[in-house]
Design a protein around this ligand. Structure first.
Ligand SMILES: C[S@@+](CC[C@H](N)C(=O)[O-])C[C@H]1O[C@@H](n2cnc3c(N)ncnc32)[C@H](O)[C@@H]1O
Length: 278
């Protein structure tokens, strides 16, 4: 169970029907995360190479609203995997997220299982997956628990299985903004987990991953959308954009991201992949 008042608990309160408007403002900018990560590698080849001739079994860790499979579908995954049936188990502690993700899955994906748990709490008898991925997914797993979460994700793969975590680096907008917000407005909030901490956790689990870093900017002309995006980045709707612009470390950070045509936030994202020993 998440700690009361923790970032993980605030995240769960937002991944719910009452958080839908904030989620939509967030994805007005964050849709770019999914375009970039899908373009970053040949995910169809990963699925073909790690499934058998007929099917690949995938664990989608922290599935959220299914933006990653939706973007793979939009970019023609069905044609690229041929006759492969991609069976997906959706994992998320939010029932809302699981229902949203299930509703977007289309060929070649077939939803087969659901796990309404945190990755740290996934029962030991769930496993044997060909592929497990977590895409912009593990930020609110507390840094003190990311080791347990990653170890569980690795153990859920069969020998020879393929793992992927796509996650922002400490130099990325997501992390710099969250840290500045915490310093200025929420000193008791649990820090977000960074890609550097994910990589350390993989090392502790005996994995030496491959890492590709992608860089891109996101922005939007509408200040109301920027406000919703930033509030969702912090899982905190209590501070409006004007206050963010004028107070403390958040004000300084935002001043450095504002150009002539509005805000541009720089994302630095690691695409971390590995194959479990056979
Ligand atoms: C940004 S979404 C992930 C996006 C998703 N990968 C996609 O393709 O759209 C983050 C999700 O992490 C979930 N989450 C929060 N804490 C978690 C934990 N400890 N273990 C697994 N998932 C968690 C949230 O409920 C939320 O649905």
């Amino acid at each position: 169970m998440p700690q009361p008042g923790s970032t993980e608990e605030r995240s769960l309160a937002h991944w719910a029907e009452q958080g839908r408007a904030g989620m939509e403002a967030f994805y007005a900018l964050a849709a770019e995360d999914y375009r970039q990560m899908v373009a970053a590698r040949d995910w169809a080849a990963d699925l073909r190479e790690h499934g058998d001739a007929a099917r690949a079994r995938v664990l989608d860790v922290a599935c959220g609203s299914g933006k990653f499979p939706a973007e793979l579908q939009r970019r023609g995954l069905a044609g690229a995997v041929g006759d492969l049936r991609v069976e997906v188990d959706l994992l998320d502690p939010s029932a809302f997220s699981i229902a949203e993700a299930r509703s977007v899955l289309a060929a070649p994906f077939v939803p087969v299982g659901e796990h309404e748990v945190r990755i740290q709490d996934l029962p030991d008898d769930v496993g044997g997956f060909d592929v497990a991925w977590a895409t912009h997914a593990l930020y609110v797993v507390p840094p003190t628990e990311i080791g347990a979460g990653i170890a569980r994700m690795v153990a859920a793969l069969r020998p020879g299985g393929f793992g992927a975590v796509v996650h922002a680096s400490e130099t990325s907008h997501y992390m710099r903004f969250a840290q500045a917000f915490r310093t200025t407005f929420a000193p008791d909030a649990t820090p977000f987990t960074t890609s550097e901490q994910v990589r350390d956790a993989l090392g502790a689990a005996g994995i030496e991953p491959d890492v590709t870093t992608i860089r891109y900017d996101v922005g939007h002309p509408d200040r109301a959308v920027i406000e919703g995006f930033l509030q969702r980045c912090a899982f905190d709707d209590s501070v409006g954009l004007e206050r963010m612009e004028t107070e403390g470390a958040v004000g300084e950070y935002l001043a450095g991201t504002h150009g002539d045509d509005g805000y541009r936030f720089s994302q630095v994202v690691d695409v971390i992949t590995w194959e479990v020993a056979r």
